[in-house]
Ligand binder design. Structure first.
Ligand code: FAD
Length: 482
């Protein structure tokens, strides 16, 4: 034990178990205090009823309660983290601040500023791997560079895990909890209003560590069927754990260890390896962002920065129709309404809507990416950017650039009886068969019987898919011919 006082700075790791920074702080310090900052640099510009802020607050409350149960407490502040943390370290006379690494460019800049300020005062910032199994420099090609295609990355990731099973060893905290400093009497947590926010009418269910546990237990029952069911948005087939992985209310090491066990004992069926792949996609995109931070604003494949996306008043009107779920393509519209009303969108639908914006409407992926960033509960820069660039064919897709989803075919395949569409577009509920996927192709008597007047109850399509497809092929061919 070398330190007297330490501060554990919680950021996107809002849990007490299997926590690298907390573990190391407890092992190396006599007194450990936790802190969380509602960072005004991040909160500024969010809508006043942003669901994620409520989720964060609920999760922070639970974190505080869990630390209390272990004999410690959490200091919660509202301000610029880059200033609050060095000031708090001085206030507590903490020699060191412990934190888990965050790989987003803005977070890296913030941490550098904190480190500089701490250093200038004779203190230190110690950071740890916690958010991922393998960081950006740990899974490399034989030539020592980063991968740019998922499958070889995944194979190398799995090989490394087989060689290094200790990568999943939990960072225990409970056995070392004696180092937690007890709470002073006057400790109070802020309310939503203190942060300048109001409650959302449809908040995110299952916040905090308890919420993560509940979702994981439920998903455990569905895991074995995940490989098949995950593509059907009407089914409750995926884990819904993305927001928990975003805010670290559960440990990714624990998830991968659980998967390994269920693959080994056979109870994970065909679903477990597929779900593991999804967790590896998450790390793949984090690696891409860390190794190529230019992707935040530019195409992963630089040639595609020259794509001539549509802009101007007509594109603006089409973009507005896409955001509002008024494109006339039922699956696209139902998906956009799911996003608006719940803050969640099923993965298949993220691919369909992103493809529709870029390939059918010819609109720059960056506009769609920003819309998702504002609306998604689980918004994560790396995965969102990676998903958008994949859909726009400017990113890490091993397939060539002519992948263009047909929104009607996707609808027939993945929402075959229109159950998902009906959930968000009740005005189309009377349609069945092919008509619910493409109402404009339905016979007038079918529409009449279902009580649907196109252009009144539901929009006519804003674009013709075949014509849009030709336009997109020409748009991308122009790049290939450059
Ligand atoms: P599950 O199917 O249960 O998957 C388990 C976990 O694996 C997820 O929670 C997530 O952490 C990870 N994962 C799954 N699919 C992917 C993927 N394709 N890429 C990276 N990680 C994945 N995911 C986000 O977490 N935040 C985003 O902002 C985000 N934006 C996206 C934007 C687009 C255009 C696309 C195509 C995908 C995006 N994804 C994003 C990936 C994926 O859609 C979500 O992770 C998934 O839908 C979350 O639901 P779930 O937790 O039930 O996933």
């Amino acid at each position: 034990m070398t330190l007297r006082n330490s501060l554990v700075w919680f950021r996107r790791d809002l849990r007490v178990d299997d926590h690298a920074a907390l573990h190391h702080a407890l092992l190396s310090s006599r007194r450990v205090v936790g802190a969380f900052v509602f960072d005004t640099d991040i909160l500024a510009g969010l809508p006043s009823d942003d669901r994620r802020v409520q989720f964060l607050l609920d999760s922070v409350r639970e974190l505080d309660a869990r630390l209390h149960a272990m004999g410690g407490y959490l200091i919660v502040r509202h301000g610029r983290a880059a200033q609050v943390i060095p000031a708090l370290a001085a206030e507590l006379d903490a020699e060191s601040v412990f934190a888990n690494r965050d790989y987003e460019p803005q977070a890296i800049a913030r941490d550098r500023a904190v480190q500089d300020a701490l250093r200038a005062a004779g203190r230190s910032l110690q950071t740890f791997k916690d958010q991922v199994i393998f960081e950006q420099d740990e899974v490399l090609t034989l030539a020592g560079g980063p991968y740019s295609v998922f499958t070889p990355y995944k194979n190398a990731w799995l090989k490394r895990l087989a060689r290094e099973p200790e990568a999943l060893r939990p960072y225990e905290t409970a056995p070392h909890a004696g180092a937690l400093a007890p709470a002073p009497a006057d400790q109070a947590l802020p309310a939503l209003a203190d942060l300048g926010f109001v409650a959302n009418a449809a908040p995110i269910a299952h916040p905090g560590m308890t919420g993560a546990e509940a979702l994981l237990a439920q998903f455990g029952q569905r895991l074995a069927r995940y490989d098949h069911d995950r593509d059907f948005p009407a089914l409750d087939a995926t884990s819904r754990l993305s927001i928990h992985l975003r805010f670290g209310t559960l440990s990714v090491r624990r998830l991968v260890a659980m998967l390994q066990e269920r693959i080994a004992d056979g109870s994970g069926g065909a679903g477990a390896p597929v779900w593991l792949s999804e967790l590896i996609w998450r790390e793949f995109y984090m690696m891409i962002l860390a190794r190529h931070p230019r992707v935040v604003t530019q195409s992963f494949k630089p040639a595609f920065d020259a794509v001539a996306w549509d802009d101007g008043a007509e594109a603006d009107a089409l973009f507005d129709a896409w955001c509002a779920g008024r494109t006339g393509y039922p699956l696209v519209d139902a998906a956009m309404l799911q996003l608006e009303r719940t803050g969640f969108m099923h993965n298949r639908l993220r691919m369909v809507t992103a493809s529709f914006l870029t390939k059918d409407l010819g609109i720059d992926w960056r506009r769609g990416e920003r819309w998702f960033a504002l609306k998604l509960n689980d918004y994560e820069l790396a995965s969102n950017n990676g998903g958008w660039q994949w859909a726009a064919s400017t990113g890490c897709d091993a397939q060539p650039w002519f992948r263009i989803f047909n929104p009607v075919t996707q609808s027939k395949r993945f929402d075959p009886d229109g159950a998902f569409i009906r959930q968000y577009l009740p005005q189309l509920a009377g349609l069945s068969g092919a008509a619910i996927h493409a109402p404009w192709l339905a016979k007038p008597e079918v529409l009449q019987e279902a009580g649907v007047v196109l252009g009144k109850d539901y929009p006519v399509p804003v674009v013709d898919h075949e014509a849009a497809r030709e336009k997109t092929l020409a748009r991308f061919k122009a790049i290939r011919d450059l």
